[in-house]
Ligand binder design. Structure first.
Ligand SMILES: Cc1cc2nc3c(=O)[nH]c(=O)nc-3n(C[C@H](O)[C@H](O)[C@H](O)COP(=O)(O)OP(=O)(O)OC[C@H]3O[C@@H](n4cnc5c(N)ncnc54)[C@H](O)[C@@H]3O)c2cc1C
Ligand code: FES
Length: 271
């Protein structure tokens, strides 16, 4: 699992486009060429909402190409509500790129990407990189209802096969996305981003089938840059991602999701 971090800095960006793929879901495109060039798949930014006094919010980097970076977010609370009010021409400061991202260097040719809800925002870049490397990429994508399966055409146009699930059965099969994964022919590598129960279930399936899996964890970040230790997760002390502290007697160390992660190997998590 790669642990190298890119050099993060504050980027003064400008909104250049904005759209709403579904009610309560926004994609904003930003002029940010230096950030686009520095971004690796699976990294994130801390976005400082326009009002200025609101704490920064962690968002995955959805697209990064040439001079444009985009962010895809669900309007959840105060900070994403403020970001949703931005219009072309408005300024936005982004600290990033942050985190380790997915390790796609030794990727197998048959990859499954598991995404639930907002997790979709962090998996387009790895999907594009894997397709560029010639891999077969299957996207297992779950949402509450059909309208919230946002951007699925974007993945299909790029060449991903999509396996869709919804809680209410309005698109794809009814049920959890991990049920669709469990019933599928197993890929050689799994990448996942989404709610914690989905990640835990993906990890169990991967371990059961002896498939490597990398999970992008999401936590409520306070500082987002490794300073407050408010986002820790237990991992094996033998992990390359273990921070330099002695492990507990049962061999566990606590890693910061924002700093050592957010992507961890499923077989190294001790949650
Ligand atoms: C690495 C990373 C990448 C992310 N990428 C994206 C992304 O690309 N797109 C996206 O939409 N979101 C993403 N998120 C999630 C996003 O950062 C959070 O949803 C964030 O809290 C939204 O801020 P807010 O002020 O709008 O909402 P908040 O007021 O923070 O509320 C967000 C939701 O979380 C609940 N909540 C708030 N605090 C807690 C708590 N302590 N415990 C449990 N639930 C709580 C609230 O009830 C609400 O439903 C990411 C998070 C991480 C850590
Ligand atoms: S959010 Fe502060 S250390 Fe991770």
């Amino acid at each position: 699992m790669q642990v190298a971090q890119s050099r993060a800095r504050v980027h003064a960006t400008e909104v250049i486009d904005r759209r709403e793929p579904a009610g309560g879901v926004v994609v904003i495109g930003l002029r940010a060429s230096a950030l686009a060039a520095a971004t690796r798949p699976g990294q994130y930014v801390m976005a400082v909402p326009a009002a200025g006094e609101t704490p920064a919010v962690a968002l995955g980097i959805y697209e990064a190409e040439e001079e444009r970076v985009s962010l895809l977010f669900f309007i959840a609370g105060k900070r994403t509500r403020e970001l949703a009010m931005l219009r072309p021409g408005d300024a936005l400061s982004l600290l990033g790129p942050l985190g380790n991202g997915f390790d796609l260097r030794a990727s197998d040719r048959d990859v499954g990407i598991v995404a639930g809800g907002v997790g979709i925002a962090s998996v387009l870049l790895p999907a594009l990189e894997l397709l560029r490397q010639g891999a077969r990429v299957r996207l297992f994508y779950g949402a509450r209802t059909a309208a919230l399966l946002v951007e699925r055409e974007r993945f299909e146009r790029a060449g991903c096969e999509t396996i869709l699930t919804t809680d209410d059965g309005t698109a794809g099969s009814r049920g959890f996305v991990t049920e669709a994964l469990a019933n599928a022919q197993m890929p050689k590598l799994l990448l996942a981003c989404g709610p914690t129960p989905m990640l835990r279930s993906t990890a169990e399936i991967a371990l059961r089938h002896d498939v490597r899996a990398q999970l992008a964890l999401e936590e409520n970040f306070a500082c987002g840059v490794g300073g407050c230790w408010g986002c820790v997760v237990p991992i094996t002390g033998a992990s390359a991602q273990a921070p330099p502290f002695p492990p507990t007697p049962n061999g566990v160390v606590y890693a910061r999701i924002c700093r050592e992660g957010p992507v961890f190997r499923a077989d190294e998590l001790r949650w």
